[in-house]
Structure formats: C-alpha cells, structure tokens
Design a protein around this ligand. Sequence first.
Ligand code: SUG
Length: 451
Amino acid sequence: MSTLDISSVREVNFDGLVGPTHNYSGLAVGNVASMSHGGLVSSPKEGALQGLLKMKSLMDAGYAQGVLPPQQRPDISALRDLGFSGSNSDVLARAAKEAPQLLRAVCSASSMWTANAGTITPSLDAQDSRVHFTPANLQSSFHRYLEPQTTGRVLRAIFRNEQHFAHHPVLPATPTFADEGAANHTRLCGEHGEPGVHLFVYGRQAFGGEKEPKRYPARQTLEASQAVARQHGLTDAQTVFAQQHPDAIDAGVFHNDVIAVGNGPVLLYHEMAFLDEEGTLDELRAKMATPLIPVRVPQEAVSMEDAVASYLFNSQLLSNPDGTMTLVVPGECQEREAVWRTIQDSLLAGNNPISDVIVKDVKQSMRNGGGPACLRLRVVLSEAERAALTGRVLLTDALYDELTAWVNRHYRDRLAVDDLKDPQLAEESLTALDELTQLLKIGSVYPFQLG
Ligand code: SUG
C-alpha cells in the first residue's frame, strides 16, 4: 500500500461537458425522465452552460473540479457500420428516412453523464499504488455502447502518466458483463486519503441469479462488478457486492446512484436501495476501518416516485475541511414538498455530517435522467497525481471563461429531434470539438482527428 501524505489527497469531480447535439430522443429504457421527455426541443447551449455553472460554483466553494470533453456526435461511422453509405449528408439523410431511431442514437450527448464513464480505484487502495481505470462498456443500450472507445482514449490522454495511472480494457460488451461504471460503485472510507471499502451494486447475476426486475432492464451484473474489482486488484476485504432492489429498478432506478450516494463514511440511501439492506450494511461495517454512518430515508418520508422524480439521491455529497459535508441537489428537489422537507428536517437536522445544501439547476440534463451526480466522475487524487495530469482539465476561472465563450460561440440555442439529420450540425460539432481539444490541451482523442 502507498505511503503518501494523506492530507494532500482530494476528491476531484470531473464533470462531463454537455455536447453540441444534446437532444431529447427518449432513448433510455427504464429511465423515466428520458422516456417521458422524448420529442421535446432541447437547448444544447443552455445545457452546457448549466453544467459549467455547476462546476464553477463548486470550484468557487473550494471543491476540486475537473472537466471531461463530450464525444464526437453524430457518430456517422456507426451508421456506416450499419450499412448506410455515401457522403456524410447521404448517410444522415438515409438514416433519418429509413431508421430514425438509429440516427437519434448516434446523436445522443449521453457521454455528459461521466458517472458512467468508468470505474476508478484510487492509488491508496491499489497494490501497485497507481490509480486504476476501467471504461464502462455501457452495452445495455446502443447509444451508450458507442461511448467506451472514445472514453478510453480521453482517460488515457488525461491520465497518461504511467507511473501514476493504470488503464484496463473495457469488459466484453455482452449482457454477461453489463457494466455502467461508477454510477454503481461507491467508495466508503474515513477521510478520502484513508483506505476505502468499495461497494459495488449490481442489478442482476448473469450466472445463477434468482431475483431480477420484471419491467425494466438491470444494467449491471455481479460478474461485471467482480471483473472490475479483479482488474483493479481489490481483495475480498476491500469489496462488498450488493444487489440493488429489483423493485427499485422497476420503479425507474436504473443505476444505484439514483437511490444512494456515499461519501467518506456516510451512506445516504433510500430504504428500497438494496435487496438485503441489513446484510449490506453489516458487511460494510465489518470491512470498513472507520464506523459507517448510514443515513436511511424511509418510504414514508420519500416515496419511490418522489425519489425518481426529484433525484434526491443523485445529489453530490462533498467533504468540507471541517469534517462537515455539503449536499448538492438538483432544483427538482425544491419542487417536491416531501423531498424538501426531508432534506431540511432529517438530513440537515439529523445526527450526521451533512450540514448544508446547494441547489443547482441542471434541468437540461435532468430531463434525460441525469442529475448532479450523474454529471460527474469522482477521481481521488494525491497532489503528485494531480500534478501528473495531462492537459488543462482542472477548472480555473480562466478555463471557465474560455469554455463558456466556446459554448456561446458554437452551440445552438435549440435543437429538435428533426434537426439531427442536418449535415451542418455535424460540421458545427466537429469544429467545436477540434477547438475544444486545443483549449483543453489533451491532443487528438476523436476519430475524426485520428484519421
Ligand atoms: O443512461 N440517459 C442516461 C442517463 C444517465 C444517468 N447517469 C447516472 N445515473 N449516473 C441513461 O439512461 C438518455 C439519452 C436520450 O434519451 O437521448 C440517456 O441516455
């Protein structure tokens, strides 16, 4: 195990920039917001600016904030792989006419939800004292299956230094190893710089499972979680594998981070989060070096419907230097009385470290089922590891200003599903992304840049 100065260790939240093709296509089965908002007109510009404002306000509040670029969309080469040919305009026009659902899929800006980019193990939990990364295969849906290759290139470009960072292959993209990354992974510990226990939550077991959701797909298997843990060299003593409650998945909880969030020793969760609640908590208690602080929200306080509509549990829980924690909730939590009351009366007033709440408007993302926590990938890094990052990816005032100007220069104010076939949108998007890689100084990561 590593011998680093634990006080220099910090959690960096890497938020995904909302891409120029952000739209509402209703692509995600089992994701209530995505399914119910399909067909609405989106605002890519507003979405990207909302995301940037969230990053900026958390940076201003003293939290370490990083940024990850969006992906190349529309993914015209995916359409070519599916038999569409001719010029780019021909491919887009034919797909729009013959298979509009495929065109929508290749235009999704879903890489903004970087909680699904991959699973990360901090160096202090790894036997070789390096930070370990596995991009998630996201094989449960076609539009997200298109992400891992570029995600892997982006992660390898930024976390390039081999002395500090280790990258693993994407798991085989087949239902046995369905993997959705950090959205189903929570590291519990004392301070971030102390050793952690890794809670992997899965929705089904590929081999020999009994209970499964009936209505909506389970997007993570036990086998995938175990494989990631194995790749990262995590031992039994460092891991807990828990099944998500199938009824929660059927109520629209397609990832664990829609019903639970952990930070340090705190696990904030809804009583329907785990199939075996007591067993999960007991195993965590037995393996953690610090006492677990469970913060349980019962059904009587917040119904499943309220949990899914408000995304209370998709909040970010952030550590403050004085030992308290701040909960970053989406604006939708204020609109549901039971949720807002629970935040005030039981979370903030309760016997736990959560001491204040920040409300952020990320509505453009929320309408596709992505709250504050979906938009960020947590990477716990020491000072030396932060210094070893490649590119300009840690947010500063200057970078924020440049990214805001970049969005204002390139993004459309509105985008209807019907606009996705516009070849001009594809052109605009490539121009914007090319400029972005220069701005972030991460080199060539997109297929169009690699030739
Ligand atoms: O995979 N929505 C995403 C939302 C991901 C949220 N992430 C976390 N919970 N961590 C999904 O369901 C909708 C895209 C569309 O319909 O265009 C979408 O993919």
